[in-house]
Design a protein around this ligand. Structure first.
Ligand code: COA
Length: 176
């Protein structure tokens, strides 16, 4: 959606961010992207944790540095994206470079397409030319978002761990 912008997590949007997480929780939706599940009662500590993740500080074994961004429309956080700085064998199968989620009450207004577009620009800044994005085949909204950003389907496979077919898409970031 034009006018929305991607920001680094900050105290300025604390209440709006918490309201977004509460909407996911109220609907018992999985926390996608996964940092939505990070504790945020102590918001300063939460922001410090996210900043550390982007530097590769205090991340679990096997994880790579990852950056979290918020899509802000008006004065509300309407979406969250997580950019993995590089791929691992595990991320190549599922997870890819970028995960994103839109506030349930704000879906269907183009925010999903926009947050992926803006996060692709962040990937380009890291030198990633083609971003891998994975998505459940049944997630038609997400595959529409990926396609709208120029995604090209590489393949799909049934993943035992997920109990569903997961697609892998390559999406150009604009980096040369
Ligand atoms: C996937 C998600 C980010 C889409 O966000 P959104 O803000 O609704 O996306 P947009 O408004 O940009 O819609 C993108 C497209 O999906 C379509 N769409 C939206 N909801 C849909 C649905 N339930 N079924 C089919 N298509 C749908 C829209 O019509 C639009 O297509 P169009 O551009 O051809 O009209 C959002 O549904 C979400 O957060 N889901 C939970 C987390 C998740 O699945 N993340 C992706 C992990 S891979």
């Amino acid at each position: 959606m034009a006018g929305s912008r991607l920001v680094r997590p900050s105290m300025a949007f604390r209440d709006s961010y918490r309201a977004l997480v509460a909407e996911f929780a109220a609907r018992a939706e999985p926390f996608v992207p996964f940092p939505l599940g990070f504790a945020n009662e102590n918001f300063e500590a939460f922001l410090a944790q996210l900043a550390g993740c982007a530097q590769g500080i205090d991340i679990p074994a096997g994880f790579v540095p990852h950056s979290t961004f918020w899509l802000v429309a008006g004065n509300e956080v309407v979406g969250v994206a997580n950019l993995r700085h590089r791929l691992t064998d595990s991320l190549r199968i599922e997870g890819g470079h970028i995960g994103y989620g839109v506030r349930p009450s704000a879906r269907g207004r183009g925010h999903g397409t926009r947050i992926l577009a803006l996060t692709l620009q962040e990937a380009a800044k890291l030198g990633i030319a083609q971003a891998l994005v994975t998505c459940a085949k049944a997630n038609l909204a997400s595959s529409a978002v990926i396609r709208a950003n120029g995604g090209v389907l590489q393949d799909e496979a049934f993943l035992e761990s997920r109990g569903e077919v997961v697609q892998r898409w390559w999406v150009p970031t604009g980096a040369s």
